[in-house]
Unconditional design. Structure first.
Length: 224
């Protein structure tokens, strides 16, 4: 893999890490003709969007690990007996459904998050709509400072508008992930078509992961 091809590969990995599966328009605007030389490292989903399977697997492992650590901290694991609790913990599945049009978990239009006892969180969740794990999202919300909550409230309508206009709403992160990663702290231009700018910490993580994928591929193929 040439220096230029490696750079193009890393750019696409970063874009997938930040925005999910990619359209050909996004790819073309980012790496141009170099796409022809690295296309074999990506797969197409049922919607025609492109993605790197190994990166997606690593992201899923990371999410599962993070969730397991969180559950351990809360005293929950695979051996815990399910119990019905009052308040927002008992209303997780009541507050979400699968929206067939968006093919993703979203807040029911007729359901209010006010059962959580936090009007600010209720407004934020109903604005974001993409809420799968209400209790986890509420925990992340409670960990935010007042300034961060205001920043998120301003950011949410803008990020949804971008994903809706680009017909990519199904790839919008779950609200818990959005809050946990503090994506609302990023410039809104980061998420627009063809722009792969991101927080320094996120770029560092994906570059390290991307290099690991390249090294693993070299090891398997015996190439340098």
């Amino acid at each position: 893999m040439s220096f230029e091809e490696k750079g193009a590969y890393m750019e696409l990995l970063m874009m997938q890490f930040n925005r999910g599966h990619m359209s050909l328009q996004m790819i073309g605007q980012t790496v141009g003709k170099l796409w022809d030389t690295i296309q074999d490292k990506f797969l197409q989903d049922e919607k025609g969007f492109w993605y790197n399977k190994r990166l997606e697997d690593e992201q899923n492992k990371r999410k599962a690990f993070t969730e397991s650590r969180r559950n351990n901290k809360l005293g929950k694991n695979q051996y815990s007996k399910p119990t019905k609790k009052a308040g927002h913990l008992a209303s997780d599945m009541e507050n979400v459904n699968v929206n067939e049009k968006e093919d993703a978990y979203t807040a029911n239009k007729g359901v209010s998050f006010s059962k959580n006892g936090d009007n600010d969180f209720s407004k934020a969740a109903e604005l974001y709509k993409h809420v799968k794990k209400v209790s986890s999202a509420k925990t992340e919300w409670d960990n935010l400072s007042p300034e961060e909550k205001d920043q998120a409230m301003d950011h949410i309508p803008q990020i949804r508008k971008i994903f809706e206009e680009e017909n990519r709403i199904r790839y919008l992160w779950d609200f818990h992930t959005y809050l946990y990663e503090k994506m609302f702290t990023q410039d809104i231009k980061t998420f627009k078509n063809g722009n792969t700018n991101s927080k320094k910490s996120t770029s560092s993580k994906i570059r390290k992961l991307g290099q690991g994928l390249i090294d693993k591929e070299r090891e398997l193929t015996g190439t340098k």
